[in-house]
Design a protein around this ligand. Structure first.
Ligand SMILES: [Zn+2]
Length: 466
């Protein structure tokens, strides 16, 4: 087993239990696992097969992306000024032309973009599977590039003719969805510590599947260790209206009625939540993937992240789909999460029920370290992982390094860690995932980005011609 010593790190931000930040830090890696964390002086006598000198760098845990639809990078910059309902209806017919080649190459491009901007573990919520598309294509892409991957088997079963939103040709039969989910769990789900591949069950939203599918997916997931549940919830007011009209319940109430609150469940967005509903998330351990770029892009609103954190709700960050962001950069999401909470008028809203009396925010609403914590520890908690999200002995060897001598970081000597949020976003100069070097000196060590982009262009041309 190769042993790697990483030393002379200007600042090593561990995000461990005591949030230790170590000057002149070092990491000792045994194959894919961290063996020791300390100062260079403490670890430099350790025997190692390889030594990496990261003087002039800030090192932190690799970030965790908890919500994405990677295929959407084939349809970026479209429906630029439309709200979600129109945005979806514009894009569904194009997505209906997807095939496995398109799914595979869009995943490779999305994963490369994520890794370059600091992500080492990602989920991908693939909920539209026309033309016999499968998740095997995205899982294969993660293996090729070396990303730790949680593939979320999404689904839509309620087409327009059944009162749902998507066109009928974009939906699947519920029995086929569950059968495929079982196949994926059998083929790819690894519940063990340091796992590189897990499966998540993820019906798309309350307005695109039936309550029966939500219930069946929950019981299938719970019959396997470590198969978590994920969906969109409380993303839009039309969803709230839909749930009240069709189910006679608000979205969170509906989720609870189909068994979808719990420690193994996390939802994207969760913007339109009452204080009581946030309490319910905290009590049940239900998590939230906060996606600030997408929420701003579609003009949806501001999730009450400060209130959620104060009440103990698990919160991670998600870039969301590349057609509603339109980028896949977790440093960007951390920065925007901070900015958005600071301008959010939540404290006025909760003090004055029903009133939108205030427009002012507060600079204490979210700190740079809290934003990075959501991107690391928070994301790990949503995915049900206690082996990623911070740097400590026994944890996965997933870490990133950013070079300090670059224009955008000039003048940040007093706090180079906060600078990654306040001055960013930045690309990483080094990325290690599961102990394997993926990026070195700012470039991919073995992945051919140019070839992936060329293939991406070719697939896009073909899809748009149809
Ligand atoms: Zn989404």
């Amino acid at each position: 087993m190769p042993r790697l010593l990483v030393k002379n790190i200007d600042l090593l931000a561990t995000f461990d239990g005591t949030r230790r930040e170590i000057s002149d830090g070092a990491l000792l890696i045994d194959d894919n696992v961290i063996e020791a964390v300390g100062t260079t002086a403490e670890l430099s006598a350790s025997s190692a097969d390889e030594v990496l000198d990261l003087s002039g760098h800030v090192v932190m845990p690799g970030m965790v992306n908890t919500h994405h639809h990677m295929y959407q990078n084939l349809t970026r910059v479209m429906a630029q000024n439309d709200e979600l309902l129109v945005w979806l209806k514009t894009l569904y017919p194009i997505w209906a032309e997807l095939d496995d080649d398109a799914i595979g190459v869009s995943a490779r491009v999305a994963m490369a973009e994520l890794i370059h901007s600091g992500c080492t573990t990602s989920s991908d919520h693939l909920y539209i599977l026309p033309n016999n598309c499968t998740l095997d294509a995205t899982i294969g892409a993660a293996r090729d590039i070396g990303l730790r991957f949680h593939a979320a088997r999404g689904a839509m079963s309620r087409g327009e003719s059944q009162g749902g939103l998507p066109p009928d040709r974009c939906v699947e039969k519920e029995e086929d969805i569950l059968k495929d989910a079982e196949r994926l769990i059998g083929s790819y789900h690894d519940a063990s510590r340091h796992s590189m591949s897990r499966i998540i069950l993820a019906p798309c939203s309350p307005f695109s599947v039936t309550p029966e599918l939500m219930r069946d997916a929950a019981s299938l997931a719970r019959s396997h260790k470590g198969v978590n549940l994920h969906s969109h919830l409380a993303e839009e007011l039309f969803e709230e209206k839909y749930c009240l009209e069709i189910y006679g319940k608000r979205p969170v109430e509906f989720a609870e009625s189909v068994g979808w609150l719990g420690d193994d469940v996390w939802f994207a967005h969760s913007i339109f939540m009452t204080g009581d509903e946030i309490d319910r998330f905290a009590e049940t351990g239900t998590g939230v993937a906060h996606c600030p770029s997408a929420n701003m892009r579609c003009g949806q609103g501001i999730a009450k992240i400060r209130e959620m954190l104060d009440k103990g709700v698990k919160v991670g960050l998600g870039v969301d789909g590349s057609a509603s962001n339109d980028t896949s950069n977790l440093f960007m999401e951390a920065r925007l999460a901070l900015m958005l909470q600071r301008v959010a008028p939540h404290h006025y809203l909760s003090e004055k029920p029903g009133g939108r009396g205030g427009f002012g925010g507060t600079p204490t609403a979210l700190s740079a370290r809290e934003a990075l914590e959501m991107a690391t520890r928070g994301g790990a908690a949503l995915l049900g992982r206690n082996d990623i999200g911070h740097l400590a002995p026994g944890m996965c060897a997933d870490f990133i390094a950013v070079k300090r001598s670059q224009l955008g970081l000039s003048g940040t000597e007093r706090d180079p860690l906060a600078a990654l949020v306040l001055c960013g976003p930045f690309k990483v100069d080094y990325s290690y995932i599961n102990g394997r070097q993926i990026i070195a000196r700012g470039d991919f060590a073995s992945f051919d980005v140019e070839a992936a982009m060329a293939e991406h262009r070719a697939v896009m041309d073909r899809i748009y011609r149809q």
